[in-house]
Design a protein around this ligand. Structure first.
Ligand SMILES: CC(C)(COP(=O)(O)OP(=O)(O)OC[C@H]1O[C@@H](n2cnc3c(N)ncnc32)[C@H](O)[C@@H]1OP(=O)(O)O)[C@@H](O)C(=O)NCCC(=O)NCCS
Length: 510
């Protein structure tokens, strides 16, 4: 349902639960309880004279009056703002939030015909101005729904996530990265013919434009590979003349997004080679996305085993709900800015240590542990010292992270010295965390085995997070296109908490 076209009549609870001004608070509370509502409209001969809410009852309960005797009129909000049934939801939203109301009576022909609550509106509001709604928005917006999407979702309690209507893990098991890219960009999995056509379309877009290729050696000498990518995407957008999403149609944005996602691995691989004193390797049109990336990075054609392992890793990390970088890309797009601006901002968000992930840190930890027998003492000392064990725990997953389950099986396929060792460290860590942090439900997250997989496939540690970004650019771009297709400026509010204004401005020089 479109929140902007819905009217109050579509949402209101009707008839409203009512009482009279001379009823007692106890009667009003009973009426509310019976109807399981948070408010009662106070009427006199059908006309609204006030509204009494749970909050009023709480205030009354804090006093020493007798709820069996105190009258509603003493505690209600008299002559409350009201809404008409035909008013649009955004107008209702504005009334409720600007006055910090939670409920408003709906009046038609001077008679109360219903009541509408903040909760009713939240069901349809496309973007909830979180801080305006109440004081109970959780820090970090944890669990707050800020948009509708058809791209995918994460179900933390079940250990499940999906792209469109398919399990992401099943997609990583069954399909190529290009097919999943098609699913995200075009909304459906391709059949064999469409799959070949899309693979051709994207392979033809891997070469960097000349301006960027000329600048890259100078860029690559500074900062981390992710910094280089951020600057390179800026240059790319400028060189290709990307215009604001506000001014272009869906086809033009799609074309830009395909070109961007196809060229990002080329930029990253070239940056890495330049930083390590090697010439960039030209992309090969006969290799898939992941195989070509590994080829450009190392200069050698990867084995099918390695290519498929990295492809599966990239499929598993293409998208993951409204994480910080994805949300950032959508916020920037909502201003009508161009694709380059949105992706540069997303890369910036990803670069922060709380988001960019810790696959290299998890691997550093395995190095520091050294042998399986030392794991217990190492993990115990770290947790007792208040440290976080890298690659364990997740904000959303309170069970096995489905990505780590699949990546664990990928490491088994790959073999190598780290496989048994990492599994034994995982078992020890889960046990020690269960003992020292009971009830916290801490298991491996995607980062733990991602590091093992990438390392075994020959990707250097400083390229772990950039490799994540190479695949995630497809997810970010899908969100940019979705946001642009039915855009509304994302503009929340903050509650001012400084000294009360207006204060007199002290004269200059005083
Ligand atoms: C991912 C992460 C940031 C999620 O954190 P969160 O949802 O905010 O969880 P909290 O910080 O509320 O932690 C809850 C409890 O579990 C503990 N905990 C969480 N992750 C832990 C870890 N990796 N090692 C040890 N203890 C951990 C916390 O110390 C806290 O314990 P307390 O209740 O005694 O204070 C966190 O698990 C973490 O820091 N993991 C390590 C870094 C990492 O692997 N990052 C990659 C993420 S994909």
């Amino acid at each position: 349902m479109d929140g902007m076209e819905t009217t109050v009549r579509d949402l209101m609870t009707s008839p409203a639960v009512t009482c009279a001004a001379d009823d007692s608070l106890a009667t009003a509370a009973h009426v509310m309880q019976e109807a399981d509502t948070g408010s009662v409209v106070v009427t006199d001969d059908g006309k609204v004279v006030g509204i009494l809410t749970e909050r009023d009852l709480l205030r009354a309960a804090a006093g020493d009056g007798d709820p069996g005797r105190e009258q509603v009129r003493l505690w209600m909000t008299a002559r409350p703002d009201v809404l008409g049934p035909e008013e649009r939801v955004d107008a209702a939203w504005a009334s409720l939030t600007s006055h910090h109301y939670r409920h408003l009576p709906v009046v038609e022909d001077q008679r109360c015909v219903g009541v509408v609550s903040l909760r009713d509106l939240m069901g349809v509001a496309r973007i909830r101005p979180a801080t305006e709604t109440s004081g109970d928005v959780p820090a970090g917006l944890e669990g707050v729904v800020v948009a509708e999407t058809t791209i995918g979702d994460v179900r933390g309690q079940e250990g499940f996530f999906h792209y469109r209507q398919y399990s992401a893990v099943d997609l990583a098991d069954e399909r190529s990265l290009e097919d999943v890219w098609h699913l995200l960009f075009r909304g459906e999995l391709p059949d064999a013919v469409a799959s070949a056509a899309f693979a051709d379309e994207v392979r033809g877009r891997r070469v960097m434009p000349p301006g960027l290729a000329t600048l890259l050696p100078a860029l690559s000498r500074r900062g981390s590979p992710l910094d280089v990518l951020r600057t390179a995407v800026s240059v790319l957008g400028a060189e290709l003349g990307w215009r604001p999403t506000h001014d272009i149609d869906a086809d033009e944005l799609y074309d830009q997004a395909v070109g961007l996602c196809a060229v990002v691995p080329t930029i990253l691989a070239a940056a890495h080679r330049l930083r390590t004193g090697h010439e960039p390797v030209e992309p090969r049109g006969d290799l898939g996305f992941a195989a070509n990336y590994l080829f450009m990075l190392t200069g050698e054609e990867p084995s099918p085993l390695h290519a498929r392992a990295i492809e599966q890793y990239m499929i598993l990390t293409i998208d993951h709900g409204f994480n910080a970088s994805t949300f950032t890309a959508r916020v920037v797009t909502s201003t009508g800015a161009d694709l380059g601006a949105a992706i540069v901002a997303a890369i910036g968000a990803l670069s922060g240590p709380l988001h960019g992930g810790a696959p290299s840190r998890a691997l550093d930890m395995l190095d520091a542990i050294g042998t399986p027998e030392r794991a217990d003492a190492y993990i115990r000392a770290a947790v007792e010292g208040g440290e976080r064990i890298m690659g364990f725990g997740h904000r959303v997953y309170k069970t096995d992270d489905p990505r780590s389950v699949l990546l664990r099986s990928v490491t088994e396929r790959l073999g190598g010295p780290l496989v048994e060792f990492s599994q034994s460290v995982e078992r020890t860590t889960v046990d020690v965390l269960a003992e020292l942090k009971p009830g916290r439900q801490l298991y491996t997250n995607v980062e733990f085995y991602a590091g093992v997989v990438m390392h075994t496939c020959g990707i250097p540690r400083e390229m772990f997070t950039p490799t994540f970004a190479a695949g995630r650019t497809i997810g970010w771009s899908t969100h940019v296109m979705e946001q642009a297709s039915h855009n509304r400026l994302i503009r929340p509010a903050a509650r001012y908490a400084g000294p009360p204004p207006p204060q007199p401005v002290p004269p200059a020089g005083g």
